[in-house]
Ligand binder design. Structure first.
Ligand SMILES: Cc1ncc(COP(=O)(O)O)c(C=O)c1O
Length: 413
């Protein structure tokens, strides 16, 4: 099943056929952005070829452009598990959407209220809330991590939670060390004190199925460029909040959903590409025998992806451990692979993260070094300013690529 998934996927991604010094480039930079299948490229160029226009006109191209955005919104509702496509908001990226939302939510806070953020999160799910809290005199509490396996310390979380907590902002999956957070349990606890929950699902979306209707959060944000689409941010919010909060928008922008949260002109061509990325994923589900709705096909696709990625995680962990004196940050036990995704960070005793990724780059392997904007984590792990080496596998990566990487890492060690 696993080999079939990677083979099926790879044929659809033109970038994966790219050679560098006569050898195929190896893309382990997925956490910073995935490659895109042909159909995403085709959807974007088709938009410019035939439907390029601004929003809300009476003429044909504007109507087609709006229809294309509506289709993309429905596709996102299916991906996120919402029954209401008007709960889907498009924006430039997750960071920009989160800053905008945090401004609007902060208007409901008063001095002495509290919010909770975590040390495992990308800074895009920390600083927007911290800055908004500063402006309103709101207390910020930080969930500490357990540095041994880079998981959230749940005792610390429960200590942060009080009857003054207004918001819990937490990630679903760490983009730096691949930890899957127990966010459903955390949402249940936050709801007991009446807090709202904002989930950063950016690093969840390429690896695991989403189900906002079941999760019980108030807002969930992700980014299409991490799940095989173009550079577009996606925010889901509960209709009641999206209707009652007051977004920062210009006056001519309609008050109705979803427009009131999408002030200014959107990247309509890229939004057309988002629908194509989701259809790429749902077609994986169809290839694995699911003939039902797009939502059902997406579930099936993520079943196959999760299963394969567990094997990739195990092989990557083993490969890094055997390649030399490297220190892996995060969950490493084979019995706990369901608690992580194949995003694996490490340091070397002899070389800096930058030197390692430079050596990998010379061998045709794309990977990142640094803090990946998960600055609260790299600070907590005391690896600043050099940070970590991060290898991120997606379902289009293969065991052969991991073998090549292992060889390269041995040479560098
Ligand atoms: C977990 C996580 N959250 C948020 C972001 C920020 O997303 P964007 O680039 O869409 O602003 C990233 C980007 O790497 C991320 O990995």
């Amino acid at each position: 099943m696993s080999i079939r998934l990677a083979r099926l996927a790879r044929a659809q991604f033109p970038a994966l056929a790219r050679l560098h010094h006569g050898r195929p480039l190896i893309f382990f930079d997925g956490p910073a952005g995935s490659q895109v299948p042909y159909r995403v490229i085709a959807a974007i160029s088709n938009y410019y070829l035939k439907h390029n226009a601004n929003h809300g006109g009476a003429f044909i191209t504007s109507q087609e452009s709006d229809a294309s955005t509506d289709q993309a919104r429905q596709a996102c509702a299916d991906l996120l598990g919402s029954n209401d496509p008007n709960e889907i908001i498009f924006g430039a990226n997750m960071t920009t959407l989160t800053f905008a939302l945090s401004r609007a939510i902060a208007q409901t806070w008063k001095a002495g209220d509290e919010i909770i953020v975590s040390r495992l999160d990308h800074d895009a799910n920390v600083t927007p809330w911290v800055r908004a809290a500063e402006e309103r005199g709101v207390v910020v509490r930080h969930i500490e991590i357990d540095p041994v396996d880079c998981t959230l310390n749940l005792e610390s979380f429960h200590r942060c939670l009080t009857d003054r907590t207004k918001l819990l902002a937490v990630g679903c999956v760490s983009n730096a060390v691949g930890t899957r957070n127990p966010f459903r349990e955390m949402i249940a606890s936050a709801k007991q004190v009446g807090a709202w929950v904002f989930l950063d699902a950016v690093h969840h979306a390429p690896h695991l199925a989403m189900d906002v209707s079941a999760w019980g959060a108030d807002f969930v944000c992700c980014s299409a460029y991490k799940f095989f689409g173009p550079h577009v941010g996606i925010l889901w919010g509960k209709r009641e909040h999206l209707e009652t909060l007051r977004p920062y928008k210009v006056r001519p922008c309609p008050e109705t959903l979803p427009d009131r949260w999408m002030t200014g002109t959107q990247n309509f061509a890229a939004i057309a590409g988002v629908a194509a990325a989701i259809d790429y994923l749902s077609d994986i589900g169809a290839s694995f025998g699911e003939t039902g709705s797009r939502r059902q096909r997406l579930w099936k696709a993520f079943e196959a992806i999760e299963d394969y990625e567990k094997q990739l995680s195990q092989y990557l962990l083993q490969t890094i451990a055997q390649a030399g004196p490297f220190w892996i940050y995060g969950i490493t036990e084979p019995s706990r692979l369901q608690q992580r995704v194949p995003t694996i960070s490490f340091t070397s005793r002899t070389k800096s993260p930058k030197e390692i990724v430079q050596g990998l780059a010379e061998r045709g392997i794309c990977a990142w070094a640094g803090n990946f904007y998960a600055l609260p984590l790299t600070e907590a792990l005391q690896v600043e300013p050099q940070g970590l080496v991060r290898i991120g596998a997606l379902h289009y990566n293969t065991f052969e690529e991991i073998e090549m990487f292992g060889k390269a890492l041995k040479e560098l060690a």
